[in-house]
Write a protein that binds this ligand. Structure first.
Ligand code: IPE
Ligand code: IPE
Ligand code: MG
Length: 235
C-alpha cells in the first residue's frame, strides 16, 4: 500500500492553527467579543511574520468555520468586515514579506464585496515564495471532502483526493484557547499531524508561542505507523 503522506508542494513545514479564544479574551476584559476578534487580527499579523522568519512553508489558519454562521448576526457581520479590512490592509505587507495568500472554503455565501478583495489579494501576492498563507473562511473539512468526492469523474484514491483538496498534509496543528478538538478543520490533511494545544487565548499568541510550538514539534518522533528511527536502523 502506498503512503498517504504528502508534503507541502512549496516545500517546508505545513503548520495549521485553530485561532480560538477571541471571545473569552474580550470577555475577561469586559469588552465586546468583536474587540477580541480585532485583537486576534493583530495576533495573526505577528504570527505570519514569525512564521516567515522560522521558514515555515505553508501556514493554514482557521478564521471562520461554516458552523460559525450560527453565531449572532452582529458578530458574523463584524467578523466579515474584519476579514475585508485585513485583506485590504495586509496585501502590501504580504508582498513585502514574500507571503502568498489564498483563501480556502466556500465563497458563495460570503458578502459579495469580499470576493473582489479576495481575488485581488490572491493575485497581488501570487508570487510570494517564502510562505504560503491559507486563510480558511466559511470552511468545513467535511464539506470539502464531500465536494472533492462528488466532482465529476472523481477517482477514489488517496492521491486523487489529496490533490482535489489541494492541500499538503499538515505537519503541526496548533489550537489556542484550551479546547482540544478539531472543530471540522483539515480532517483529511491532519491524519498524521502532530497536535499542539495551548491554553493561550489567540489574541495573546505571539512569536514566542510559535517558537515554543515549533520547538516541541521538533522533539516529536513521527513514526507514520513504522518503528522509531533508532529501532528500525538496527534492523
Ligand atoms: C475564535 O474565537 C474566532 C472565531 C471562531 C471566529 P472565538 O470567537 O471562538 O472565541 P471563544 O472560543 O468564544 O473564546
Ligand atoms: C473553531 O472555533 C473555528 C475557528 C477558530 C474559526 P470555534 O470556537 O467555532 O469551535 P468550537 O465551537 O469551540 O468547537
Ligand atoms: Mg471558540
Amino acid at each position: 500500500m502506498t503512503s498517504s503522506v504528502s508534503h507541502s508542494s512549496s516545500g517546508g513545514l505545513h503548520a495549521a492553527i485553530i485561532m480560538d479564544g477571541n471571545g473569552r479574551w474580550a470577555l475577561r476584559r469586559g469588552l465586546p467579543r468583536i474587540a477580541g476578534h480585532r485583537a486576534g487580527a493583530e495576533a495573526l499579523r505577528r504570527t505570519v511574520e514569525a512564521a516567515v522568519k522560522h521558514g515555515v512553508g505553508t501556514l493554514t489558519v482557521y478564521a471562520f468555520s461554516s458552523d460559525n454562521w450560527n453565531r449572532p448576526k452582529e458578530e458574523v457581520g463584524a467578523l466579515m468586515k474584519l476579514f475585508l479590512a485585513w485583506l485590504r490592509s495586509e496585501v502590501r505587507r504580504c508582498i513585502d514579506n514574500g507571503v502568498r495568500v489564498t483563501v480556502i472554503g466556500r465563497r458563495d455565501r460570503l458578502p459579495r464585496l469580499m470576493l473582489p478583495a479576495i481575488e485581488e489579494c490572491e493575485s497581488r501576492t501570487a508570487h510570494g515564495a517564502r510562505l504560503h498563507l491559507r486563510l480558511a473562511v466559511d470552511y468545513s473539512a467535511r464539506d470539502q471532502l464531500l465536494a472533492a468526492a462528488r466532482r465529476p469523474g472523481a477517482t477514489a484514491n488517496r492521491a486523487a483526493l489529496s490533490c482535489a483538496l489541494g492541500s499538503p498534509d499538515v505537519d503541526l496543528l496548533i489550537r489556542t484557547g484550551g479546547e482540544q478538538r478539531l472543530s471540522d478543520f483539515l480532517l483529511w490533511e491532519c491524519a498524521y499531524a502532530e497536535l499542539y494545544f495551548t491554553p493561550r487565548l489567540w489574541p495573546d499568541f505571539g512569536p514566542e508561542d510559535l517558537s515554543q510550538a515549533l520547538a516541541e514539534f521538533h522533539t516529536r518522533d513521527r513514526r507514520f505507523g513504522g518503528l522509531p528511527a533508532v529501532v528500525s536502523s538496527r534492523g
